[in-house]
Write a protein that binds this ligand. Structure first.
Ligand code: PEP
Length: 250
């Protein structure tokens, strides 16, 4: 599919110095990435710095999490309106670390997805199975159930302005990557599931793969029919490896 997305989830890794170093590297190399939109997801305190340092580039900005409420008594939370003031285009919703460490439910994920679209930003809906679920043969049912929760709440037409990231939990931060065939099987099932309610949206839906993607694994993953780019954690923290993954988008 034309126009892949290569998104870098920095998680809770950054300092003012490393942000400048990384962004300088990305700015120097971005012209070499011809077939992918690059997006960085910094921790909130660095949004102003990232917006300033990326001005005049084509690199987009996303947030790793968002509050579904507009404003008010939500101690420690950040609203979509706040994020938008810093040029943010995307929000991750339902990352497995949020689901596992902060007990985010499918209902909360759906509320964040709806709020993100209402703010005219694009949600990247993250789904994926644990190793135990894969070993029990539950991969496709887990992933489609996670997506169905969003379809039930937001409707199939909402996928006009959304991205899905398939991230097997057992592959995130572990150095284990799904094989291109394993990933393609799930991506195809995700597209088919969305197509069952929204065929037009499914045809153009971008479905990213995430889980220990490196420059070495990206090319074969991105060559699969239903893989439209990557959500990259560890390898997005160095300009060289993130750009090399971006260059793997053909
Ligand atoms: C992620 O955080 O979404 C991710 C895929 O991380 P990593 O690439 O480090 O596995």
């Amino acid at each position: 599919m034309a126009g892949m997305i290569v998104a870098g989830n920095w998680k809770m890794n950054a300092s003012k110095n490393t942000v400048t170093l990384l962004l300088n590297g990305l700015k120097q190399g971005e012209a070499k990435v011809a077939n992918a939109e690059l997006v960085v997801f910094p921790p909130f305190p660095y949004l102003a710095q990232v917006q300033m340092e990326l001005s005049g580039t084509n690199i987009r900005i996303g947030v790793q999490n968002i509050c579904a409420a507009d404003k008010g008594a939500y101690t420690g939370e950040v609203s979509l309106a706040m994020a938008k003031e810093f040029g943010v285009s995307y929000a991750l919703v339902g990352h497995s670390e949020r689901r596992a460490l902060y007990a985010e439910s499918d209902a909360q994920v759906a509320a964040k997805y709806i709020a993100t679209q209402a703010a005219q930003l694009t949600p990247i809906l993250c789904v994926g199975e644990t190793l135990e679920q894969r070993e029990k043969g539950l991969t496709l049912s887990v992933v489609t159930t996670q997506i169905q929760a969003v379809i039930d709440a937001a409707g199939g037409a909402s996928f006009t302005n959304a991205v899905i990231a398939y991230e097997p939990v057992w592959a995130i931060g572990t150095g284990l990557t799904a094989t291109p065939q394993q990933a393609q099987e799930v991506h195809q099932a995700i597209r088919a599931h969305v197509a069952s309610v929204a065929p037009q949206q499914a045809a153009s839906l971008k479905i990213l793969y995430g889980g220990s993607v490196t420059a070495a694994s990206a090319e074969e993953l991105f060559a699969q029919a239903d893989i439209d780019g990557g959500l990259v954690g560890g390898a997005s923290l160095q300009a060289e490896s993130f750009l090399a993954i971006g260059q793997s988008a053909k």
